[in-house]
Design a protein around this ligand. Structure first.
Ligand SMILES: Cc1ncc(COP(=O)(O)O)c(C=O)c1O
Length: 477
């Protein structure tokens, strides 16, 4: 710990040192076992005699705050007397806008018998050996300097090839912007395209994290209903500057935006001078025939920003995603990124470049797709057999979770059902937070991808047993 001496302080210098160290130990800033800087070094750094420092250390030792360690030196004692919790200062408070951002409940990492949280992938499928080799090679070659805010040219070229080949996106390397995931890409797009107070239209129900993110930027966020074909374009307000959609696999209801609706949305954006974010967060995992062309490819006007993430295709912890942006926005995106975190991590980018070039990403996706297809089938079929009356499973052509919707309304949902599911050790996401603008439908998002195959049927059985035992609440409750 850095120690200071104040020449204007009337206390002896040894007392000044003693007080600083005692306060740090008592506040918990220094923990039991932490090593004190040797007295000789402290004396040299502060320009005092060594005996001044040993006097302070001697008093701390005599009062039981520190103890000598075999081999020399002093450490904070195992039980250094009463430790005060550090006083919490209320001098600084977040703005009302920042304080209104609710943390996403997903973060709780709790023990579970069946971890059916949506969006979770199976970490045991992660191709660790190949990734480790790519990371080692990247470490060997990486100079660790600041890089291009848009991402390394090699990775951007590799991603351009990959999205053209695997997702039918129309992109060249110059349009690819590497981000720290999908959320970061959306944050950057809003920063370069919108002013505080501008209107953004989101799907209702939708991904609540995006609503919170855009509100935190001072934007006016409105919810637009979705039907079987996707967002209801006729309900979009003319003043919306940006529309955020999940056309390949609507979050959370699972439908695919129809081709007709895709063209209607693009026409609307052109007529109203608006931009469209296409969040393609999990369509690598699809369980039916050929997907529809991405909005980004149908766009003739340069109004669509296509967002992808490696959170599902590889691992959420890598914090890597990308944006395919119209060339007209690239230099603003670069500048905005540079002034906040400068660039994506250079070593991880180099590793991912090697990983894609070596064919490991394609191999991993083929393998994971086979496993998730089976888990999807098992969850879908078992729900079909066991879901009690009053609940419906919604078809999902892609992705990592299934959504179950209850026929009853939020007013009549029994909180005991949720508690009983948690007592069974079943983790899920409730559907209700996906409704940000209207009366929520009651339901459940159950992930299958992260559940080991032999556990999928028991997990669904545990889920449906609780629902059956709870019975269906009546509207009069
Ligand atoms: C609709 C949607 N978009 C994007 C993401 C992933 O975002 P990120 O790459 O920021 O982790 C998720 C995660 O569950 C999601 O549900």
């Amino acid at each position: 710990m850095e120690l200071f001496l104040d020449p204007g302080d009337p206390r002896p210098r040894a007392s000044q040192l003693y007080d600083q160290l005692r306060d740090a130990i008592a506040d918990g800033r220094l923990d039991p076992g932490d090593r004190l800087t040797p007295s000789r070094i402290v004396a040299r750094e502060l320009g005092v005699s060594r005996s001044t420092v040993t006097e302070a250390y001697g008093r701390l030792g005599a009062e039981g705050y520190i103890e000598g360690r075999a081999g020399g030196g002093s450490v904070v004692a195992a039980a250094p007397g009463p430790v005060r919790s550090r006083p919490v200062s209320a001098a600084l408070q977040p703005t009302a806008r920042a304080a209104a951002v609710e943390p996403y409940a997903e973060f709780a990492d709790v023990a579970a018998t069946y971890d059916c949280r949506p969006g979770r992938v199976d970490p045991t499928l992660f191709p660790m050996a190949a990734w480790r080799r790519c990371m080692m090679a990247a470490l060997d070659g990486s100079p660790g300097q600041y890089g291009d805010p848009a991402g390394s040219p090699d990775l951007r070229a590799a991603l351009a090839h990959w999205v053209v080949r695997s997702r039918g996106v129309a992109a060249i390397a110059e349009q690819i912007f590497v981000t720290a995931g999908a959320g970061h890409a959306i944050d950057l797009v809003a920063r370069v395209l919108l002013e505080p107070g501008d209107t953004v239209a989101l799907e209702e129900p939708g991904y609540p994290v995006v609503a919170a993110l855009l509100r935190s930027q001072g934007l006016r966020v409105v919810g637009i209903p979705v039907d079987d074909e996707g967002i209801v374009v006729d309900a979009l307000p003319a003043e919306a500057r940006l529309v955020y959609v999940t056309p390949s696999h609507q979050f959370p209801l699972g439908m695919v935006m129809s081709r007709r609706r895709r063209f209607a949305l693009l026409d609307w954006a052109t007529a109203n001078g608006a931009a469209v974010i296409e969040d393609d967060y999990d369509s690598e995992f699809r369980y039916t025939a050929r997907p529809l062309e991405p909005l980004q490819r149908l766009d003739r006007d340069g109004r669509v920003l296509y967002v992808g993430t490696f959170a599902k295709t590889l691992s959420a912890g890598l914090r890597l995603g990308f944006l395919v942006a119209p060339a007209s926005l690239l230099s603003a995106l670069r500048a905005i990124r540079q002034v906040s975190d400068w660039c994506p991590p250079t070593t991880t980018q180099a590793a991912l470049t090697g990983f894609i070039a070596g064919g490991h990403l394609d191999r991993h996706l083929r393998r994971a797709r086979t496993v998730y297809t089976e888990r999807h089938r098992l969850m879908w079929e078992t729900m079909g057999e066991l879901l009690p009356a009053g609940y419906r499973r919604l078809p999902a052509v892609a992705g990592l979770h299934l959504t179950v919707r209850a026929d009853h309304s939020a007013r009549t949902e029994v909180p005991e059902t949720r508690r009983a599911l948690r007592r069974q050790g079943l983790l899920f996401s409730p559907l209700e937070p996906s409704y940000q603008f209207s009366e929520p439908a009651v339901g459940y998002l159950l992930g299958f991808a992260g559940v080991p195959t032999p556990h999928v049927v028991p997990a669904v059985r545990a889920f449906t047993t609780v629902l059956s035992e709870a019975g269906q609440p009546t509207e009069s409750v």
